[in-house]
Every structure is written in C-alpha cells, then in structure tokens.
Design a binder for this molecule. Structure first.
Ligand code: ADP
Ligand code: MG
Length: 240
C-alpha cells in the first residue's frame, strides 16, 4: 500500500533523509519512533508530498506521489494526514470542518456530506459537538474532529505526526482510542509517536529512525525487549 524506495532529502547541506526504504502492506500499522530531529516528520510529510524529495520514489496504492505527471491533489484525497497541532478551520463548526473537503473537492452534495460527517463525528464520540467551533472544544476533541475530517475523504491510508504530543495527559487516551478503533477497521497507518505503550500494543512494526536514517525495523515484541542496535538501546533507556 505504501512503498518508499531509496528516498533522499537534504535541507541546504544537511542530509535529513538518507536512503529510506520501507514497505507497508494493506492494513498494517507502523510506528515511526526516534529522537527529536531524526527526520520522522520530514519522512511522513514526504508520503503525501507536503515535502518534496531529492531522489527516490514513493508509491501509495499504485500512485507515484512525487512523479511530476501525478495530480497530487487527487492523490492526496487518498491519504489522510493528522498533525500534532490539529489545524482545524477556526471559523467553521466541527461538522463544517469535516464536510468542507468532501463538498468542495469530492463534489459530494451537502446533505450526503453532512450525514457522513455526523456519522464519523459520532463514531469518535463527538455526537454532541457538531455545531461547536474549535475554540469551544478541548484539545482532545479538536484532534478527534481532525481525525474525522481526514476520514471523511475515505482515505486508503492514514498518517499521524505525533497526534497526542500537544495534548494534556488526560486527553491522550481519548485520541489513542480513536486510532485504536481505526486500527480495527483495517486502515493502513503510519503513526509518529512517543507513546511507546501504544506503539507496542497496536503496531505491526516499529521503525526506529535516527540522524535521517532508518536504523532498525522490527516487530514491537522484538524491538522493545531486544533491540539489535546500540542506538535503539540508548533511545529506549531514555524513554521507557
Ligand atoms: P523529527 O520529526 O524526527 O523531530 P524533523 O523531520 O522535523 O525531525 O527534522 C529533521 C531535521 O531536518 C532536523 O534537523 C530539522 O532541524 C531539519 N528540518 C526540518 N524541517 C526543515 C526545514 N523546513 N528547513 C531546514 N531544516 C529543516
Ligand atoms: Mg517531528
């Protein structure tokens, strides 16, 4: 479903992604972990071309994302992206935040989009918040609206960049629960996270990055109990 091949990227003369290769099959969930500055955000952002790449190929569901011939706006409708900082439209209600792209981009009619939006918000525990504005919602609620908004486009894959890092501790679990329920639907996902318990619980593979490189890819049981690299051991000794 997601194929990343020999991806290289530099910012100025700083190599931030060095020969990245990764294959994620349908319904697999990968956690991307590693120290700050490792290149996790840059890598996940290249998957829907929020960041250009210098070399290599990224194929999502058969579409070559960085090919100049690809209609990137069409391709992006297949890829849901959830940011650390929610990024909701402040002057739209929760429901309008969820329906705006299906209406404008997918040309869905208003009533169909609203029905779908209400269903998604309800699934994420926000049935009483359809008409609330982002400023009237807690961080955890805003992030769940952001997840509903991404799902409203029927994406083939979902990408999350530290979805709980901006949240107060008591709100982290409600957002992780939303991602857990998505996992049960068979959604293909890559999640950049510092929530090691969560990564261990729902992910098929842990991808450990440092200094722009993938240092280690392993199933969670293996990675957390017996990492093969000193770099991963050092990282885990600090975060566990
Ligand atoms: P992570 O998400 O793992 O913390 P990032 O992908 O954000 O790491 O950053 C990787 C490296 O790239 C860092 O050294 C960061 O300073 C650098 N970087 C990120 N974005 C830019 C940018 N737009 N311009 C220059 N350097 C950047
Ligand atoms: Mg980051």
């Amino acid at each position: 479903m997601i194929s990343i091949k020999n991806v290289q990227k530099t910012f100025g003369n700083h190599k931030v992604l060095e020969d990245i290769n990764l294959e994620v099959s349908q319904s697999q969930i990968f956690a991307l972990i590693g120290p700050s500055g490792a290149g996790k955000s840059t890598l996940i952002r290249t998957i829907n071309a929020l960041e250009p790449i210098d070399e290599g190929d990224i194929i999502v569901d058969g579409i070559s994302i960085h090919d100049k011939k690809t209609n990137i706006n069409a391709a992006r409708t297949e890829i849901g992206f959830v940011f650390q900082s929610f990024n909701l439209y402040p002057f739209l209600t929760a429901l309008e935040n969820v329906t705006i792209a299906p209406i404008n981009v997918k040309k869905m009619n208003n009533s169909e989009a609203e029905e779908k939006g209400k269903k998604l918000l309800s699934m994420l525990g926000l049935e009483s918040k359809f008409q609330s504005y982002p400023s009237q919602l807690s961080g955890g609620q805003q992030q769940r609206v952001a997840i509903a908004r991404a799902l409203a486009m029927d994406p083939k894959v979902m990408l999350f960049d530290e979805p709980t890092s901006a949240l107060d501790p008591e709100m982290i679990n409600e957002v992780l629960d939303s991602i857990r329920s998505l996992a049960k639907t068979g959604m293909t996902m890559i999640v950049v996270t510092h929530e090691m318990g969560f990564a261990k619980e729902i992910c098929d593979q842990i991808v450990f990055m440092a200094d722009g490189k993938i240092v280690e890819v392993a199933p969670p049981e293996k990675f957390f109990s017996n990492p093969s690299t000193e770099r991963a051991k050092g990282f885990l000794s600090k975060v566990l």
